[in-house]
Design a protein around this ligand. Structure first.
Ligand code: 2PG
Ligand code: MG
Length: 400
């Protein structure tokens, strides 16, 4: 094992053009790792705290860096415990989860570098599974990621029948292109949202038709099953005062929302529905899961925020049957692994995910392979999205 000799932090651009934190970790035997923090727009109420990049860097330099020097880079728990100890809060509000996650990922990469092993192998070990995640590809979106588009935040292609990860990745890109064709045929202009999905000014009902048509076309071309799913990001739709989900001029009570989503699952044979209900409503999540959980994944993102305590509450309540894993929601890779393990022990599927604000960092591709995750959600097109997808293709090709 080799000790960390230096941690340097800087501000770099994220895909929205905002400053984010990048960390470089060096070890005594010359190992090097670099990690950069992503950033959410539709952030959950219970996420770890992201501080302004400069403030987070200043605080981490003062409190965390001195504690990290001398820690074994390959002992990820020790690295992450040092980060937690330096911060001293439950939610990383002292140094910022953005510096914490950048350092945590950089240390893992430095350790992999020392070992001469790819990151997924260092994280997953010799006996990790041999499966590859199915990529969920955002092809139409709105909500907090694009104003004047759909109320539902993400319509996600799910190439569940793809024979390889590479074919799955290309199928999602083909669905993205087919959506552009269908919109064009309907005379609908479309810009792109934060994650590169089309952001057309159409109703949610029309978006279902467009995506369904695009998926059918590509399914015919490629000859394997492609379904689709949603991230409803319903906490963003929910109005606490009105106690209702707000879709422009229309509102839905929790019961109506459950009815609506269950109807969509059946009508469109949805493979996946993320955050269909408010992040505080475990009960409604449990009711929906009970109704449709045998035929689709009901995934908690803002509901669980990659947090084992919130996930345990969900398991106890029977809320959802899968969890979105975003390392920056909780602050360290160790915490993210704990959430994956708790999920796996309780039969919850795991979906490793990007954020709407991203960098070229490819850690989540390695994390998905290392943890044998069933799915990865990392967009479809755009450099910061294809960075992860292309890394997955390289991992499958043994070329990292
Ligand atoms: O809600 C989500 O799942 C994510 C990523 O798609 O969005 P954000 O990073 O804005 O929270
Ligand atoms: Mg989400």
């Amino acid at each position: 094992m080799t000790r960390i000799t230096s941690v340097s932090l800087r501000r770099v651009l994220d895909s929205r053009g905002n400053p984010t934190v990048e960390a470089d970790v060096l070890t005594e035997s010359g190992g090097f790792g670099r990690g950069a923090a992503p950033s959410g727009a539709s952030t959950g109420e219970y996420e770890a705290i992201e501080l302004p990049a400069s403030e987070s860097i200043a605080k981490a330099r003062e409190h965390a860096v001195p504690r990290l020097e001398g820690v074994y880079a390959g002992d990820q728990r020790a690295v992450d415990n040092a980060l937690r100890g330096a911060d001293g809060t439950d939610d990383f509000s002292a140094i910022g989860a953005n510096s914490a996650v950048a350092i945590s990922m950089a240390a893992a990469k430095a350790a992999a570098d020392v070992l001469g092993a790819p990151l997924y192998q260092h994280l997953g070990g010799a006996f990790r599974g041999e499966n590859f995640p199915i990529p969920l590809g955002n092809v139409v979106g709105g909500g907090e990621h694009a104003k004047e588009a759909t109320h539902i935040q993400e319509f996600l292609a799910a190439p569940v029948g793809a024979p390889s990860v590479s074919e799955a990745v290309f199928a999602n890109a083909a669905v993205h292109a087919a959506v552009a064709d269908v919109l064009d045929e309907r005379g609908v202009p479309a810009a792109k949202g934060d994650e590169g999905a089309w952001a057309p000014p159409i109703s949610d009902a029309d978006a279902f038709e467009v995506v369904d048509e695009a998926v059918d076309r590509v399914e015919d071309e490629v000859g394997f099953e492609i379904r689709f799913g949603l991230d409803m990001a319903a906490a963003e739709l929910y109005d606490d005062d009105a106690e209702a989900y707000v879709y422009g001029d229309e509102t839905k009570s929790a019961d109506e929302q459950i009815e609506y989503v269950a109807g969509l699952v059946d009508e469109y044979d949805l493979a996946y529905v993320e955050d269909p209900l408010d992040e505080n409503d475990y009960e409604a999540f449990a009711e929906l899961t009970d109704r449709v959980g045998d035929r689709t994944l009901i995934c908690g993102d803002d509901l669980f925020v990659t947090n084992v305590e919130r996930l345990q509450d969900g398991i106890d309540a029977g809320a959802a049957n899968s969890i979105l894993i975003k390392p920056n929601q909780i602050g360290t890779l160790s915490d993210a692994f704990d959430a994956v393990e708790l999920a796996a022990r309780n039969g919850y599927e795991t979906v490793i995910s990007h954020r709407s604000g991203e960098t070229e960092d490819t850690t989540i591709a390695h994390l998905a392979v290392a943890t044998d995750a069933g799915y990865i959600k990392t967009g479809t097109v755009g450099g910061e999205r294809t960075a992860k997808l292309n890394e997955l293709v390289r991992i499958a090709d043994d070329a990292v």
